[in-house]
Design a protein around this ligand. Structure first.
Ligand SMILES: Nc1ncnc2c1ncn2[C@@H]1O[C@H](COP(=O)(O)OP(=O)(O)OP(=O)(O)O)[C@@H](O)[C@H]1O
Ligand SMILES: [Mg+2]
Length: 281
């Protein structure tokens, strides 16, 4: 397994930052063989992933976020004091021109990246107060990610990529395989299950990434251009699916998009410009 995380702008040393570790759970033999284990253990969380917390706190509450990249002449302020509160069950579109900080914001909200200042509360708990293990476990059980550049594992088949978050979350091999097949089927890729990412088109890889984000039924899904490489019919089908999950299961979606067709599905549109939110309606 390549030694670094694939997430946009993440650069952390290994993928377990996003998907935990496989070593301590019963995994499918094929997937386990393909991924070198590491020895960090993710404590399991036993409550159902879509369970509502007893308090009425927002699912995400970000305050005064600042994030700077580089230093000296190359210093760039990607976030300049962002406040954003997202209630459970909302579907929020984040729009704005290229480079305005959308991916940076998603990474900070989901704890994949740290702000220079400000704080993010998830389910009422400040992310920075969670230990690394707790944060990793929280992500594995309660968050789904659709990355702008897919970040599929090249050595795994489509089916194994979708299965991965389940294995990390401790779902047993047979059940994980069944749910992964079902989810892959739901994005129209049943016959591509055994193919590796480099044998799939961009749009097919994107649908694998969507299936992988949804398979765990996470309470919150962070999606970065989830339909960016799909034709309009496929994009509409994916958005139908996300909207249905949002309405029927109150799953929360924060979706970065350039597509008016996608943002039209959201009940709330947050517009960014130069690292700040300039409208929220
Ligand atoms: N790891 C990084 N190192 C240095 N600069 C970065 C890094 N990640 C992002 N940036 C810079 O921060 C700014 C915001 O980037 P970001 O990826 O958040 O934009 P975006 O709104 O998602 O753009 P796009 O719509 O093109 O995906 C950009 O100017 C980018 O060059
Ligand atoms: Mg981006």
């Amino acid at each position: 397994m390549p030694g670094r995380c694939y997430a946009d702008g993440c650069g952390r040393p290994d993928l377990s930052q996003h998907y935990g570790t496989l070593q301590t759970y019963p995994t499918s033999p094929t997937t386990r063989e393909k991924l070198a284990p590491n020895d960090r253990r993710v404590p399991p969380i036993h409550h159902p992933v879509t369970a509502k917390s007893p308090s009425a706190s927002p699912i995400v509450d970000a305050r005064a976020l600042h994030k700077t990249y580089g230093s000296g002449k190359n210093r760039f302020q990607a976030l300049r004091g962002v406040d954003l509160t997202v209630q459970r069950g909302e579907m929020v579109a984040v729009v704005g021109s290229s480079g305005c900080g959308k991916t940076t914001l998603l990474n900070v909200l989901s704890g994949l990246d740290e702000p220079d200042s400000g704080e993010v509360l998830v389910d009422g708990t400040p992310l920075h107060e969670m230990t690394d293990r707790r944060r990793t476990a929280y992500r594995a059980h309660r968050m789904g990610f659709i990355f702008q550049s897919y970040n599929l594992m090249p050595v795994l088949s489509a089916l194994e990529n979708v299965e991965l978050p389940l294995l990390v979350a401790g779902v047993r091999g047979f059940e994980a395989r069944r749910r992964a097949r079902e989810t892959l089927d739901s994005v129209g890729l049943a016959r591509w299950a055994r193919h590796r990412p480099n044998e799939l088109s961009g749009g097919q890889q994107q649908r694998v990434a969507v299936a992988r984000a949804l398979v765990n039924r996470p309470g919150i899904i962070f999606a970065d251009e989830p339909t960016g490489n799909l034709d309009s019919a496929a994009a509409e089908a994916i958005m139908d699916m996300l909207s249905a999950l949002n309405q029927e299961h109150q799953q929360t979606f924060i979706i970065v998009t350039h597509s008016p067709a996608v943002s039209a599905r959201a009940r709330r549109i947050v517009t960014m410009h130069d690292g700040a939110i300039v409208s929220d309606e």
